[in-house]
Design a protein. Sequence first.
Length: 165
Amino acid sequence: MREEKLIKVFKINIFENKILKIGIIGEKLCYLGFEKDDIYQFYKGYKVRNVLRKDEFEKYIDILRKFEKKEKIELNFEDFFLPNLTEKQLNVLKELVKLDYGQYMTYSDFAKHINKPDHTRFIATCMAQNPILLIVPCHRIISKNNEIKYRSGSEIKKFLIKNNY
């Protein structure tokens, strides 16, 4: 198996004992999800190896610690490995990271916010295909009917909303 097809995963305990998985390819972040989430949903055909040493992950652990403290995070999408997303999808996610902690919008309101009022369904698809939870905060987009859906489960999303993440 070629090296670029290997995702290294480090698990970290954060948010009142919730386990997060940080996935990198080389030095680039490709995945951030909770323990029960399936990395293969986004990276079919890739090999995943759990690692115990956090050296290679320090940059992203620091970002998560800032997120946990609700500090401003500067993200550079050049530091991400997101081969399955189109340029249009990446542009939506780049707009998403501009939302502040505790700032929530419906899919249609977010579509209007980024001047794409007719793209509500596309916005929802982008959120569903986001492999980097929390710091690319798809949890800040909610449905009009207040139904709580989230890849990591409704309880996690409720926790994030309740705590203004």
